[in-house]
Design a protein around this ligand. Structure first.
Ligand code: T46
Length: 150
């Protein structure tokens, strides 16, 4: 199919290998908290090309529902909390993000959904590439088929 080209060199992604919770160091002091993240570091293992964030997400809304062929991202909930469901086609896990010092790295062909945002929650995402609709798989059956043939 049309996706073979994009997937042909992509090894099969797994939750164990392609998702990771990362604890960031705080540079806080008596004046308050501060966290600094740099490209290509222990905390963000890729070059950051794009940053986006979402807020005012209703408690009953589910966002995401797609996978990326090549994009690498770190998701950070800056305030409040939300859940990220990650799914490699065989297993599904729910990760709760509730601290600005916690990031969820997703760097493979993993389905993700974001849900249960608390009021006032802001989810920031550091991404390895510019926005590209061609990098998305938005159909779950197509995702399963491609994930399981990888
Ligand atoms: C992801 C999860 C965690 C742009 O034009 N540029 C952008 O950089 C982004 C992220 C989105 N858009 C447009 C595309 C849609 O028309 O903004 C609209 C909303 O985006 P989307 O429905 O894809 O948003 P989410 O929250 O479902 O997914 C986003 C990212 O798109 C995705 O890469 O992994 O957050």
């Amino acid at each position: 199919g049309i996706w073979k080209t994009a997937m042909s060199n992509t090894p099969r992604a797994t939750l164990q290998q392609n998702t990771r919770l990362i604890d960031f160091p705080s540079l806080g002091d008596v004046r308050g908290q501060l966290c600094a993240l740099e490209s290509v570091s222990a905390y963000v293992p890729f070059d950051i090309k794009r940053v986006y964030y979402m807020w005012d997400v209703g408690a009953d809304q589910v966002r995401g529902k797609h996978a990326h062929y090549t994009l690498k991202q770190v998701l950070i909930c800056l305030g409040g909390a939300c859940e990220v469901v990650v799914d490699d086609g065989r297993q599904r896990q729910t990760v709760r993000l509730n601290s600005p010092l916690k990031g969820l790295l997703i760097d493979g062909f993993i389905w993700r959904e974001m849900q249960h945002f608390t009021p006032g929650a802001t989810l920031m995402v550091l991404a390895s590439a510019h926005y590209d609709e061609a990098d998305y798989v938005r159909n779950y059956d197509q995702f399963l088929q491609q994930a399981n043939e990888g």
